[in-house]
Design a binder for this molecule. Structure first.
Ligand SMILES: [Mn+2]
Length: 335
């Protein structure tokens, strides 16, 4: 269902100082759509400020060369300092929990609130809601809005919106992708986005240390439960030997579930301060959050984690046992 953008045009006409925000742990769609919206507001001759409940992850720092994104609560972006904005534009979320530490401030904000989003779930945030759950990315909605309002797409806006569209569709691979997705991408390329450079900035920034660490972890990969479980470890000494740092273990767990037939993937990372960080991924209806909760962690059905206080020799068999028994209750419907 195409969105009628009249309410957005009215809000933009009526006010002059806008705060633009997005969800905690922002991804490419969150950052890209928020930045695109800030530029849209400025193109209408108004003021836009970007403030969100989390910091910009290092991976996306290239999107924000002028350091425009502020983290809520940091100097210059404290609750007090943000008081005199007229309107709050909320991108890519519709629930209080996704606002993190910013939620109480948003609750108290007395100006106009407007949501642009594509998530199914929705709390009542007391906002004007412009939502299309069939949209593949909130960035696609911001592009629609800009075109409906006759705002020209600048090269930096095009880059932000292509980031949003590409990241929320797994680079145009997910089931949400339609011919319209590629038409939107084409318009963004025509407006100056560069897909080749963007991909390189997002996916080809590995350090040699990270690749060495991945190599070590993959060489230790083990299968269990007739190939339904795959697991591996990152040990403390691996960091020194590879030259990698702990944040460089990001996404490493995804290799475990890339094996055909694997339903549950586990990564055990020895922490420098002691204990283990467990990451879980599922590719069936196995409930990772339920497993993680047994060990004091949490997360989602398909992805969860837990901090384990005991050393690897004790933690690993205990977790494997728990995964095996949860799998046994569950005949499994591989996805
Ligand atoms: Mn999104």
């Amino acid at each position: 269902m195409p969105i009628d953008w009249t309410p957005l045009a009215e809000v933009l006409d009526r006010h002059s100082r806008f705060l633009v925000t997005t969800h905690v742990r922002p991804d490419g769609d969150a950052l890209g759509s928020a930045q695109g919206m800030a530029e849209l507001i400025e193109a209408r001759g108004k003021t836009a400020r970007l403030v969100m409940p989390s910091a910009v992850p290092p991976r996306y720092a290239f999107l924000d060369p002028d350091r425009r994104f502020a983290r809520f609560g940091d100097p210059g972006a404290t609750a007090d300092e943000l008081r005199d904005f007229d309107a709050l534009l909320i991108l890519d979320l519709s629930s209080w929990s996704q606002l993190g530490e910013m939620a109480p401030w948003v609750r108290d904000f007395s100006g106009t609130r407007l949501i642009i989003d594509h998530h199914q779930s929705a709390d009542d945030l007391g906002a004007i809601v412009l939502k299309d759950p069939t949209a593949e990315a909130t960035g696609a909605l911001v592009l629609e809005a800009a075109e409906a309002l006759g705002v020209p797409i600048s090269p930096s806006m095009a880059t932000a919106l292509l980031t949003a569209l590409a990241m929320d569709t797994g680079w145009f691979r997910h089931a949400s992708v339609t011919p319209a997705t590629f038409r939107a991408a084409a318009r963004l390329l025509e407006a100056g986005a560069d897909a080749h450079t963007l991909y390189r900035q997002l996916y080809e920034q590995n350090t040699p240390g990270r690749l060495r660490l991945i190599g070590t972890a993959l060489s230790r990969l083990r299968l269990d439960a007739d190939g339904r479980i795959a697991y591996t470890t990152v040990e403390r000494a691996d960091f020194e030997q590879s030259g990698a740092i702990p944040p460089e273990t990001e996404d490493l767990v995804d290799y475990t579930v890339s094996i055909a037939g694997v339903e549950v993937g586990l990564l055990f990372i020895e922490q420098l301060k002691g204990g283990i960080k467990l990451s879980l991924r599922a590719r069936s209806d196995f409930d990772c959050a339920r497993l993680a909760a047994r060990f004091g962690g949490g997360g989602h059905r398909a992805a969860a984690g837990a901090p384990l206080p005991d050393p690897l020799q004790a933690s690993l068999p205990a977790v494997l046992d728990a995964v095996r028994s949860q799998l046994a209750q569950n005949p499994g419907t591989p996805a």
